[in-house]
Write a protein that binds this ligand. Sequence first.
Ligand code: ZN
Length: 203
Amino acid sequence: MFSEQVIACHHCDLLMAPPHVKEGECALCPRCKHKITRLHHSNINQLLSYAATGLIILFVTTQFNLMTFNLGGNVSQIDLWQSAINMYFDDYKVLAVLVLFFIFILPALILILIVAFILSIKTGIGCWAQTSILRLTFVMMPWAMVEVFLVGILVSLVKLVTIAQMDLGWSFWAYAVFCFCYAKVLTLVDRYQFWHWIDEAHR
Ligand SMILES: [Zn+2]
């Protein structure tokens, strides 16, 4: 039906010719004004930096305490794993698995896949897997809920601070930095650019 290559807007499905943008320019959908792509040649390096930093910081979150409670002299500490493990042993087994999956495992997998994809684009190693990696990444991205967990901690902190002395641990601050890195990765992910990089790599 179409003799030339066309792309679809992810918001309204309008089919259009691939945009020709220059450095710093942004292409918008002519119908719904959804961003199609913003061309920055440094995107690939920034994306790699934020994704790799996010993975390192996510590992750091597992090495320290998340919170310390002091209730009438009884001090207890909780770390990231315990927040899920405690739920598991309190008969919220499914919830514990889901929490761990959506706040830790899934975001980690997404960042690993993005790092693997960029390294594959840069080095040319594993070209055959680039399309599969990208499709899997885009399927998983809507399901990560790192910011929901951070907001949940802050809400529970506001509730509990009236009955106990609460101190935030290094793990909380590391997770906050991880959320920032993850949010930067999401803003830098550009579907059009990703597929364009694959086209260039296979030429
Ligand atoms: Zn549109």
